[in-house]
Design a protein around this ligand. Structure first.
Ligand SMILES: Nc1ncnc2c1ncn2[C@@H]1O[C@H](COP(=O)(O)OP(=O)(O)OP(=O)(O)O)[C@@H](O)[C@H]1O
Ligand SMILES: [Mg+2]
Length: 389
């Protein structure tokens, strides 16, 4: 602001002093506005919900995450009482008790989410009874915890069943006088239960190894043809055991095609699929194992059977640990329900995917789709594939 002319020098000095002070004050205000803005921007960027409240629990400010957690609207809800907006009996009790040492767990507002959202909320009082409320989405943690509980319950159940049966047989052998024939029969049944437990423990160890470690870096190229031949031979042997005769297992592949990965793991995945096909397909029906390299470079290893098939509602859950369509039937055939969980893990480690198609009463097809960077086709055929493109 220019100074008026003709003022006495002492007034001029005073006036310019006032102007300088006003400018400084303005600069200071701008600076603290900027600081507040930065501070709020930092809270806005927080992955946790933040709500600032006055001494009467009226909302002063909240970030976008809190808006999502509690279904708040920045324009509508400022200065409202928090408990009037978030109508949850747990929140009401938490605020009424004013004991904020622990957090409280409530259902999130976003109804569309599956699994249902779970939010952990905790108040922190600061300054003169003002409060800061923090919220955190703990859905994934809760879900992992519930999966862990289910897993422990399942493992205990699966181990307890054969143990109870074994215990019963031991007691029978101890207390009853049995003929030689009966003894042999009982010992046979006991050995079946023991091997059931053995295969359960083996599968669990395989799973924990797959989960705990990354794929070894020194993997090589695995010949698909020899892998398929080996699994088919083992499948025929299993078929003899299960059905007393060998089912037909047809193979179709190119001898020189290869997949980059761990041979043991790929063998375990393919044999799990072949084993299932054998067990869920009647003895007089056949099984096909095929390998095709597509023009886009992907490789697909498919096991197709003409077995009992699977109803569509079960298909998305088949790779869950211990999931069996028909528990008693699967148990009769020696299954623990871990096979497809192992397959899924192996495939994830090889950047591959499992695709399942099935029609009850007609048969199933399990396809393992490998990405181009893990597939190497025979040199002569790679030219053919490019020409088809
Ligand atoms: N080829 C198939 N035909 C019909 N049902 C199948 C087939 N493969 C799997 N299933 C169903 O999927 C379920 C899960 O298969 P998975 O291989 O994980 O377990 P399992 O065969 O019962 O036991 P495990 O493989 O651990 O010995 C099976 O119990 C069965 O109900
Ligand atoms: Mg299986």
């Amino acid at each position: 602001m220019p100074l008026p002319r003709g003022l006495a020098p002492q007034w001029m000095e005073l006036a310019s002093y006032v102007i300088r002070q006003r400018r400084k004050h303005k600069d200071r205000l701008a600076c603290s506005d900027k600081r507040l803005e930065d501070f709020l921007a930092a809270m806005q960027a927080s992955p946790n919900g933040v709500v600032l409240m006055d001494a009467e629990d009226r909302i002063e400010w909240f970030n976008q995450t809190a808006a999502e957690h509690f279904g708040l609207d920045a324009r509508r809800d400022a200065e409202q009482h928090f408990t009037n907006l978030v109508r949850d009996p747990l929140i009401a009790a938490y605020f009424a008790n004013r004991d904020f040492q622990n957090s409280v767990l409530i259902a999130g507002r976003s109804l569309a989410r599956s699994p249902a959202q779970r939010i952990s909320v905790q108040m922190h009082v600061y300054g003169q009874s003002r409060s800061l409320l923090l919220s955190r989405d703990v859905t994934a943690i809760e879900q992992a915890e519930s999966m862990r509980r289910d897993f422990v319950a399942n493992v205990s159940h699966e181990i307890r069943t054969p143990l109870t049966v074994l215990g019963g047989f031991v007691e029978t052998l101890q207390t009853l006088r049995l003929s030689d024939e009966e003894r042999v029969r009982y010992l046979d049944l006991m050995s079946q239960q023991a091997s059931r437990m053995q295969s359960l423990v083996d599968d669990l160890l395989t799973l924990s190894k797959l989960e705990g470690n990354p794929l070894p870096a020194d993997f090589g190229w695995v010949q698909v043809g020899s892998l398929m031949r080996q699994c088919a031979d083992e499948g025929r042997a299993l078929s003899n055991l299960v059905w007393g005769r060998s089912q037909e297992i047809h193979l179709a592949f190119d001898d020189e095609d290869e997949i980059a990965g761990s041979e043991t793991e790929l063998h375990s995945a393919l044999f799990n699929l072949v084993g299932n096909a054998v067990r869920y397909t009647p003895a007089d029906k056949s099984i096909r194992v095929t390998w095709t390299a597509a023009a886009n470079g992907q490789g697909v290893l498919t096991v197709t059977d003409q077995g009992i098939g699977i109803a569509p509602e079960h298909i998305p859950r088949l790779t869950e640990r211990f999931y069996r369509v028909d528990r008693s039937r699967s148990r009769d055939t020696g299954g623990t329900g871990l096979g497809l969980a192992i397959v899924k893990h192996v495939l994830q480690r090889h950047d591959a995917e499992l695709k399942i198609e099935s029609t009850p009463g007609v048969g199933s097809s399990f396809r393992m789709v490998f990405p181009a960077h893990r597939v190497r086709v025979a040199v002569t055929r790679s030219a053919e594939l490019v020409n088809q493109d």
